[in-house]
Design a protein around this ligand. Structure first.
Ligand code: NAD
Length: 304
């Protein structure tokens, strides 16, 4: 298959590209290098430095005619979406619409979208299923959910098959401090540099951390499976930010106390995704538990 990966120079996208090339797919990367890095892109993939919101993207579709588009390119910073809702909507909503128009025009056979647990918003401390009410609490959550709706209506009107993946907090090698799961990369960088880490609120907010290689696998499985479905991609696990900091300092064998900060606007208290549907219909189960994923991540940050 010829697969286009938007955002393929980014944290998650570059792992998706690595796996696609391992599976023998012809892989094209489209990225404007806003937060991505050229050196993350596998030499086995072809790279196009193009912005998905620009008219140039049409040319790439016209020349390359991909079979599948895996769309990860986005403004990924929740706090930034609150400061700049117009910029967030431009990248995340208009960027997605432009890609969908290209998919329609050039007969793409599958559109796979990276959505987020941010679409669910604040919930009780429970395991969230795909059928739970949508109540985003940030403009980022709104822009992800709006994109989901465009994808579904493009499917209804123009028959573009899709799979939507709603990720929990993703972590692993190559992560920057900006994304949703960025707390792990921030803690590792601070701890290894002997710097203080800040914990917002009481630190008892919990997250469901999912390892980036598992997320890459969910994308690759979606090429053949889970058509016109929405899936949670998480581990159904619950780790508080205080616990996480303890685990990271003990893994790195460095003891630096964290520093409390006021809670941030738009941060949700509990987030835990039930991935049963992905197990049943995509054949996806996370391979890495938190310990195994953090071990690999620590090796990356130590450069070994
Ligand atoms: N990291 C997480 O925990 C998490 C959780 C839920 C959903 N997601 C989603 O997964 C996707 C990938 O996120 P990530 O964490 O790898 O972030 P990232 O910032 O590392 O990757 C995004 C990539 O998109 C590129 N990009 C941004 N705007 C672009 C544009 N207009 N045109 C072309 N390229 C553009 C960036 O340069 C970057 O390489 C995003 O859609 C994000 O919303 C991430």
């Amino acid at each position: 298959m010829k697969v286009m990966v938007t955002g393929g120079a980014g944290f998650i996208g570059s792992h998706v590209v690595d796996l696609l090339t391992q599976f023998g797919h012809e892989t094209l990367v489209v990225d404007n290098l806003l937060s991505g890095k050229r050196e993350f892109v596998s030499p086995k993939a072809r790279f196009f430095e193009v912005d998905i919101t620009s008219p140039q993207i049409t040319k790439v579709f016209e020349v390359e005619k991909p079979d599948v588009v895996i769309h990860l390119a986005a403004q990924v910073d929740v706090a930034h979406s609150i400061k700049d809702p117009v910029g967030d909507a431009h990248q995340n909503i208009l960027g997605t619409i432009r890609l969908l128009e290209c998919c329609h025009r050039f007969n793409v056979k599958k559109f796979i979208f990276s959505s987020s647990c941010a679409v669910y918003g604040e919930k009780d401390d429970c395991s969230i299923k795909e059928t739970f009410p949508i109540q985003p609490q940030s403009f980022y959550g709104i822009s992800k959910y709006t994109s989901e709706l465009y994808i579904q209506i493009f499917n209804t009107l123009h028959n573009i098959p899709f799979t939507i993946l709603r990720y929990a907090n993703v972590y692993g090698p190559r992560q920057t401090s900006k994304g949703e799961g960025g707390v792990i990369s921030i803690f590792f960088k601070n701890v290894l540099n002997g710097e203080t880490s800040f914990i917002f609120g009481d630190g008892e907010q919990t997250r469901d951390f999912v390892y980036v290689k598992d997320v890459a696998l969910a994308n690759v499985l979606s090429i053949e499976n889970g058509t016109n479905e929405i899936f949670n991609i998480g581990c159904n696990s619950k780790t508080s930010i205080n616990e996480l900091y303890q685990i990271i300092t003990s893994l790195a064998s460095i003891n630096i106390p964290s520093h409390p900060m006021p809670a941030r606007k738009g941060d949700i208290r509990y987030s835990r995704l039930d991935p049963t549907k992905a197990a049943n219909l995509l054949g996806w189960n996370p391979v890495y538990d938190l310990q195994a994923g953090l071990d690999e991540t620590l090796k990356f940050y130590k450069g070994s």
